[in-house]
Design a protein around this ligand. Structure first.
Ligand SMILES: NC(=O)c1ccc[n+]([C@@H]2O[C@H](COP(=O)([O-])OP(=O)(O)OC[C@H]3O[C@@H](n4cnc5c(N)ncnc54)[C@H](OP(=O)(O)O)[C@@H]3O)[C@@H](O)[C@H]2O)c1
Length: 284
């Protein structure tokens, strides 16, 4: 049995789906459980990573754990979580970290992920760390304005990054949770090509079949918008990557293809699959 934390989020949802499709028994964990929007065949349990002892019913009888840390990891103690996992008999842990945990060693916004990576490596469990770059799904922040005004507002309109589709992260996660071939390694997960915010807005326009206006925000305008839903330290870390990506952050990583034997999914494909959120036709 495989336990997926963060099971209702961007990565967790397709991960639960992928594991069930592969015939695995899955326990899907989050604090608030979805009503109707559940993957048939998975067991859903409410638990809080901030209370590792409370994870016991979810961890009981499990072989592997997908560990996803949300926000800035406030109130989470990786050693206690991993001790609870090892105590329950889990042998393998896959941690969802971030590319920036490596590329931005001094950025306070990723301190907590570096601490989790270190704890996982020292846990005595078989481990793999996934380090995705920026998610294609961050474009959901544009869904309301696209539906209402056919408009995207973003800073750094012409700075490209190889954003990754959460479905690819989930499929890589499913593979490494199920077999140990990538144990003891950190995998960097990106999309197939750098795409600028202006180009992403264009792909969304194509997906919904209507023009979408691109309005370039100043850094300050973007910061104010981000602060409405993320802590200051995360907002500043995010803007630094979006505005001044390093060579490493612009680079397409070969790891998705190495693990899955196929190229990563393009942003345009993500936009087509999620067109309904932007007022376009529903995907499959
Ligand atoms: N967005 C990016 O561009 C990007 C890039 C690289 C790395 N990352 C990393 O990816 C992670 C976010 O992944 P995501 O987008 O898939 O997540 P998400 O969509 O934000 O969902 C978070 C999930 O975690 C659950 N959760 C949050 N706090 C919890 C707690 N204390 N105990 C148990 N469950 C909890 C949430 O459900 P409840 O709230 O109901 O508990 C939800 O299922 C973060 O670690 C982030 O640093 C993101």
């Amino acid at each position: 049995m495989i336990v997926v934390t963060g099971a209702t989020g961007n990565v967790g949802r397709p991960l639960v789906r992928a594991l069930v499709r592969e015939g695995e028994q899955v326990t899907a964990v989050a604090r608030r459980l979805p009503g109707a929007d559940r993957v048939a065949g998975a067991r859903y349990l409410s638990a809080d990573l901030a209370d590792p002892e409370g994870l016991a019913p979810a961890l009981e009888g499990a072989d592997a754990l997908y560990l996803l840390v949300s926000g800035a990891g406030e109130g989470l103690d990786p050693d206690r979580i991993l001790k609870a996992a090892a105590g329950a008999g889990i042998g393998r842990v896959v941690l969802q970290s971030s590319q920036a945990a490596r590329t931005r060693p001094d950025s306070p916004s990723h301190d907590h992920l570096r601490v989790f990576e270190e704890a996982v490596r020292g846990s005595g469990l078989e481990w793999t760390v996934l380090r995705p770059g920026g998610f294609a799904s961050n474009a959901f922040a544009w869904a309301g304005p696209v539906r209402e005004r056919r408009e995207v507002r973003s800073p750094f309109g012409d700075v490209g990054l190889p954003v990754v589709d959460p479905v690819d992260i989930a499929e890589v996660a499913a593979r490494v949770l199920r077999d140990g071939a990538h144990s003891g390694r950190a995998l960097e997960l990106t999309g197939p090509a750098a795409v600028t915010p202006r180009e992403r807005a264009g792909a969304i326009a194509d997906a919904v079949g209507a023009p979408v206006r691109f309005v370039e925000q100043t850094r300050e305008e973007a910061r104010a918008a981000l602060l409405e839903f993320m802590p200051e330290v995360v907002a500043d870390g995010t803007l630094a990557i979006l505005g001044e990506p390093s060579q490493d952050e612009r680079r397409v990583s070969p790891d998705v293809e190495r693990v899955l034997g196929r190229a990563p999914r393009a942003f345009a494909e993500w936009a087509r699959d999620n067109a309904a959120a932007f007022g376009g036709p529903a995907g499959d």
